[in-house]
Design a protein around this ligand. Structure first.
Ligand code: ATP
Ligand code: MG
Length: 238
């Protein structure tokens, strides 16, 4: 479904991603871990061209990403950030219906109906008309996730979706992500919630210094790290 070949990204003279080869199949759930500054966010941002790669290719469902098909492909790739990124000047409902209506994927009526159903699903049906600022962090992040689901993406990218949340709100967001996973969504998730990774990942990737250092199913990667770097990293976050 997604193949990345020799992806490199530099900012100025500094090479941040140093030749990433990666592939995943439909229905895979890939968790990416690694130290701060290793390039995890940059990698995710390259996958939907929020950052333009310096070298290499990204092929999504047999189509190589380029400037011309970008808008089209981006509609199939949902992205959820650490910091929620809801539009604070729009109500929850308008946040949800904006993209599907603007891209003409749905009529306003259809989008509102879908928004209502998704809000009901996360038990926030009474929040359609409020502004994001009046929601808790966990509520905002769940709305950000269903906003992504509104577009019926083929794959969802998550960049540390729970790391800005108070501990008591982390669980509600992880629970929603698990539900989405069990519905068969293809996902790439940067997170250090290892228990969660163990439960849902089909494969875990350890990035360090702009490279993929290890890549295995979760049990294997966590129980039998191959490199000293990963052993050290795991001992720090456990
Ligand atoms: N727009 C930018 N301009 C210049 N340097 C950048 C830019 N974005 C990221 N970097 C640098 O690239 C490196 C990797 O950053 P990135 O955010 O991808 O790391 P990360 O693995 O996501 O780290 P963290 O765990 O802290 O989120 C860092 O050294 C960062 O300073
Ligand atoms: Mg990051």
């Amino acid at each position: 479904m997604l193949t990345v070949k020799q992806l490199e990204k530099s900012f100025g003279d500094t090479k941040i991603l140093k030749g990433i080869d990666f592939s995943m199949e439909k229905g895979d759930r890939v968790v990416i871990i690694g130290p701060s500054g290793s390039g995890k966010s940059t990698f995710l941002r390259c996958l939907n061209m929020l950052e333009k790669p310096t070298k290499g290719t990204i092929t999504f469902e047999k189509v190589e990403l380029n400037q011309h098909n970008l808008a089209n492909l981006r509609q199939k790739i949902g992205m959820v950030f650490q910091s929620f990124n809801l539009f604070s000047n729009l109500t929850v409902e308008n946040n949800l219906i904006l993209a599907p209506v603007k891209t003409k994927k749905m009529t306003e009526e259809e989008a509102k109906k879908k928004a209502k159903a998704l809000l009901k699903r996360i038990n926030l049906e009474d929040k359609a008309d409020v502004y994001p600022d009046s929601l808790s962090g966990g509520q905002k992040q769940r709305v950000a996730i269903i906003r992504s689901l509104m577009m019926e993406p083929d794959i969802m990218l998550f960049d540390e979706p729970t790391s800005a949340l108070d501990p008591e709100m982390i669980e509600e967001v992880l629970t929603l992500m698990k539900e989405v996973a069990h519905e068969g969504m293809s996902m790439i998730i940067v997170t250090h919630e290892l228990e969660f990774a163990r439960e849902i990942a089909t494969k875990v990737i350890f990035m360090d210094q702009g490279k993929i250092m290890e890549e295995s199913p979760p049990e294997e990667l966590f129980e039998h790290p191959k490199t000293e770097r990963l052993r050290e990293f795991l001992s720090k976050i456990k």
